[in-house]
Design a protein around this ligand. Structure first.
Ligand SMILES: Nc1ncnc2c1ncn2[C@@H]1O[C@H](COP(=O)(O)OP(=O)(O)OP(=O)(O)O)[C@@H](O)[C@H]1O
Length: 298
């Protein structure tokens, strides 16, 4: 009997104003027409996409398609990362934030995203791991990064990314530095910092130039440490960051690293791809070319 290839679509029915509910039949038809035996899994809440992705690996699907926002892609990657067999992964960006899709040049258009998957060009990309969780874009900590998930998700949906910034500005006066020790590939920073970021891509919620040298398949993170500043300096550096000019500032350490260990005296939350990711301490490891993604040919 002919060996038919199998595709599993894992989608968040609530993301992007429920857009996938309407798009799903066409997605399934296109996959079937391309020769895939296709099935779909609608997520029901937190952790669901992770479990579905792990199962699709165990059942040896040929491809997985994650349809949703960064949260859904993160869960799918997290579910796949610990599996021995990992199918190729396609993305249909549907969320409020689709930073990772943007990083790999997958447009927020179902037809075009499907064109990319069915064209079949794929690339093995790095992902990050910390304390047993995985991330594709960015991990970070420090009082400022704790802002992002204090924005209620309803507000996030209604106002999109603007909500992050409004909340950020409102919170600025309460941002304090944190004492930390960071070891990165044999070097050490010890001192007060406002935030640290461990970036895998340069696509970070509107700040496209925050980690301007980040390459997604080189086995390295971009590590960015913002040392202690006052509010005026902080705003000045944030403005520079919009253009990528912050990396030469005296308050910034910006370098490459494969492995980064962070310890803090006080309790600091971790942010993984924009969501709460547990607490420090943590050791960030770059998993070199760990997952193969469908993406446009360069
Ligand atoms: N059926 C569901 N109902 C409610 N929440 C869900 C459902 N399925 C998944 N989720 C939650 O949605 C999160 C991912 O959202 P995703 O990133 O795909 O979309 P989004 O539009 O960016 O979401 P948000 O507006 O919350 O940022 C998952 O981590 C999960 O907790």
């Amino acid at each position: 009997m002919r060996n038919v290839k199998k595709a599993r679509v894992i989608y968040n029915p609530t993301s992007g104003r429920e857009a996938m509910k309407k798009a799903l039949p066409d997605v399934l038809i296109r996959l079937e027409e391309a020769g895939f035996e296709t099935s779909a899994h609608a997520t029901t809440g937190e952790g669901c996409a992770k479990g579905a992705a792990a199962l699709a690996c165990e059942r040896e699907f040929d491809i997985i398609i994650a349809a949703g926002g960064d949260g859904t892609v993160n869960e799918v990657v997290d579910g796949m990362a610990t599996q021995e067999y990992r199918p190729k992964l396609g993305i249909i960006p549907m969320g409020t934030t689709n930073d990772f899709a943007r990083a790999i040049q997958v447009p927020r258009d179902v037809e075009q995203a499907m064109d990319i998957i069915l064209a079949g060009h794929s690339k093995k990309l790095d992902i990050g791991k910390v304390n047993g969780h995985h991330f594709m874009n960015i991990a970070g900590g420090g009082k400022i990064t704790e802002l992002t998930y204090e924005v209620p998700s309803k507000l996030k949906t209604a106002l999109g990314q603007l909500a992050y910034y409004l909340k950020g500005v409102e919170m600025l006066p309460s941002i304090r530095p944190t004492h930390a020790r960071i070891e990165y590939d044999g070097e050490v920073f010890e001192g007060d910092l406002m935030l640290f970021l461990v970036a895998n891509t340069n696509s970070i919620g509107g700040f496209e130039k925050l980690a301007p040298h980040a390459e997604i398949n080189d086995g390295y993170f971009d590590l960015l440490i913002l040392k202690s500043t006052n509010i005026a300096e902080f705003i000045m550096i944030a403005n520079k960051a919009l253009k990528g000019n912050h990396i030469h500032d005296d308050h910034i350490i910006y370098t490459h690293a494969k492995k980064v260990s962070v310890q803090t005296e006080e309790s600091v939350q971790l942010n993984l791809d924009g969501e709460y990711g547990g607490k420090l301490p943590g050791t960030f490891e770059n998993l070199y070319q760990h997952i193969e993604f469908f993406m446009p040919e360069e």
